[in-house]
Design a protein around this ligand. Structure first.
Ligand code: CA
Length: 635
């Protein structure tokens, strides 16, 4: 039996710049870690450990020892916020033994503003497999911390029992002790403001078919959020909610991004730093912009003639793709689809086609159904898709976070790669390192996306508020396929009468930059070619979807956000505001010092204009943002 005579730290690991520290300790035979940044406590002693069908690794644990090493890696990525990444971290391996004398390691990698940690399990004698049932892993915040969290949706509720579809709104600056709030936890990522000390972003990465995805539990009385596994009610109650792993084996990485300001939160690359490509790309995938009839013209547009209109629109815009959404199987059919794809080719437009992921997870009725759920049907379908020249798929209505759903994602992506197809997923969970793990993965919804601007007046009213959240939370750890830039005044085909858009045109243009996804399905409509100012269409013709660099400029989640992205040698600075009053910002843009820029903004009536703006030699410039408005500054 081991004695808890060792109070306090057993091991400490610091970031290369020494500012971020993780301290590991044991109290009453339980393992803990804490986090400080510039000597301020960001996480207090937080629990570690897990329970499995091979024993309890949360209590009765004994410290065996630790070792330290250095990680230093450069990698290139063509579909995240920057193209060249240098990852430098100090790695601490803490070895433990449980009451049954079964060993396990907890590995921490600490880079300047990020911590990634996971459990590594050896084989225990003849045992080469185990089921991890739950974790004690938690994050204990100092008193006074507020959160920015999106609740998990209750399984098997909502449209055709498709929840969780990861579409709850984020709260802003919510106290941790909100009484009686039992939501079933919160999605990753979660953002926390730790009093005056700074910011913490929690997320998860490296989830493949070999594990379930997790989320944050409700806040406990001791200010701790735990890592929770999927609700057993997901997938119609079928399938385990733990993880079945072969030994030796590992859990996914949990990540903690820490900063005094939001800069490290916006610029983090930790989701990709600690994962590897799981297979080779079967070809060079080309990303780009798409037109998409379904978003404004809805189900009625899923016919041959309307799709021709959107192919022509894509061609006029110089866009690479069209996305044809649900119901094409019934309303167009396979034979005429082959003709449509051929027609699109003559216009230099590639094609994404929609599929239902079902299968048995829920009642989503839209077709094509039962084409993606089994390997046999999937490969048959993908063979046909390749034969008619389709470029990518949008697969919708996934079941949840259970390991069997993670397997389905991975199998669809791996098979699609064999047939040279890209994959964009909707009704889907947060991507967890997938941009790097799966070379043909090109985006996830996992957000209250543009469709809810059509379906919900409440979401329309919160459009600006939500937009100020995403650069700091959801979109900073993964591609976000929002389906944005809606230039109709009314979000209906007739462009009049109902679903009035409450944000300005400049706001919409700004979201083309703010929202990052390597393939953007834009919401512009054929009539926009003549009913919005020509300079807006010209802007949308040249907007890129891939970036070499992303920089935090200014903002506060829920109020306003301004970020800059570089494509080649061209900078784009974009901002939006959810404030009630006009906002005047003095921005520091050293990369644009002395440069003449184009400024797209709104006047006090919310009318969008373009003008020239010269950034001062110091890099300082002033911009105004109207309520529900935005701006873009382009070189
Ligand atoms: Ca959706």
């Amino acid at each position: 039996m081991i004695f808890n005579y060792i109070m306090g730290a057993l091991a400490v690991v610091s970031s290369p710049d020494k500012q971020l520290k993780v301290q590991v300790s044991v109290v009453d035979e339980k393992a803990y870690y804490s986090v400080s940044y510039r000597d301020k406590v960001m996480l207090e002693d937080s629990p570690l450990g897990f329970q499995s069908n091979e024993g309890d690794f949360t209590t009765g644990v004994r410290w065996v020892g630790s070792s330290e090493s250095v990680v230093d890696e450069n990698y290139a990525q063509d579909k995240i916020k920057r193209s060249q990444v240098h990852y430098a971290a100090n790695r601490l391996v803490c070895s433990w033994e449980n009451a049954l004398h079964k060993k396990f390691d907890i590995v921490f990698q600490v880079s300047n503003n990020d911590i990634a940690f996971r459990y590594e399990l050896p084989a225990w004698g003849p045992r080469m497999a185990c089921v991890v049932e739950k974790e004690a892993t938690g994050f204990k915040f100092p008193a006074g911390t507020t959160n920015f969290l999106s609740p998990m949706m209750k399984p098997m509720t909502g449209f055709a029992r498709t929840a969780p579809s990861y579409e709850s709104l984020y709260g802003a600056d919510v106290p941790m002790d909100t009484a009686g709030f039992k939501s079933g936890g919160f999605v990753f990522p979660g953002l926390f403001r730790v009093g005056g000390s700074g910011w913490v972003l929690l997320s998860e990465t490296g989830v493949s078919s070999l594990y379930c995805a997790s989320h944050l539990g409700d806040c406990r009385n001791d200010r701790t959020y735990t890592v929770d596994y999927p609700d057993p009610a997901q997938n119609n109650g079928f399938g385990g909610s733990g993880a079945a792993i072969a030994l030796p084996g590992v859990t996914p990485w949990r990540t903690i991004t820490v900063g005094e300001t939001l800069k490290p939160i916006v610029e983090t690359t930790i989701p990709w730093d600690v994962v590897e490509p799981l297979y080779e790309a079967s070809k060079v995938y080309k990303y780009g912009r798409a037109t998409w009839s379904w978003i404004v013209w809805q189900d009625q547009s899923m016919n041959y003639d309307d799709q021709v209109k959107y192919i022509d629109l894509a061609s006029t815009m110089g866009y690479e793709y069209i996305l044809m959404d649900a119901l094409w199987d019934k309303n167009i059919g396979k034979q005429r689809m082959a003709e449509l794809v051929k027609y699109a080719r003559t216009k230099n437009v590639g094609v994404f086609l929609w599929y239902n992921s079902n299968g048995p997870e829920n009642d989503a009725p839209q077709g094509p159904r039962n084409k993606m759920y089994t390997a046999i049907e999937r490969k048959k379908e993908m063979k046909w898709l390749r034969s008619i020249g389709v470029d990518g798929l949008k697969v919708d209505f996934f079941g949840g976070d259970k390991q069997e759903t993670m397997r389905l994602y991975e199998e669809i992506m791996s098979d699609a790669n064999d047939y040279g197809l890209m994959v964009d997923v909707h009704g889907a969970t947060l991507p967890r390192g997938w941009e790097r793990m799966y070379p043909n993965y090109v985006g996830s919804e996992a957000v209250v996306a543009s469709e809810m601007l059509i379906f919900s007046g409440g979401v329309r009213e919160k459009e600006a508020y939500n937009a100020t959240m995403h650069p700091f939370i959801r979109n900073t750890v993964g591609c976000m396929e929002f389906g944005g830039v809606l230039l109709n005044k009314y979000l209906v085909r007739s462009n009049e009468g109902r679903n009035k858009r409450l944000t300005t045109d400049a706001f919409q243009l700004a979201t083309a930059i703010l929202y990052q996804n390597p393939v953007q399905m834009f919401g512009i409509t054929p009539n926009n070619l003549t009913d919005v100012p020509g300079f807006e269409i010209d802007f949308m013709k040249q907007v890129p979807t891939v970036w070499d660099e992303t920089v935090f400029v200014d903002g506060y989640p829920g109020r306003y956000s301004v970020i800059a992205r570089r494509h080649g040698d061209r900078w784009y600075v974009a901002g939006v505001s959810a404030m009630k009053d006009p906002l005047r910002l003095r921005l520091s843009l050293p990369m644009l010092a002395g440069k003449k820029m184009k400024f797209y903004g709104d006047d006090v009536k919310g009318e969008t204009f373009v003008k020239e703006l010269a950034v001062k030699a110091s890099g300082a410039t002033e911009v105004d943002i109207q309520p529900n408005g935005g701006f873009v500054l382009v070189q």
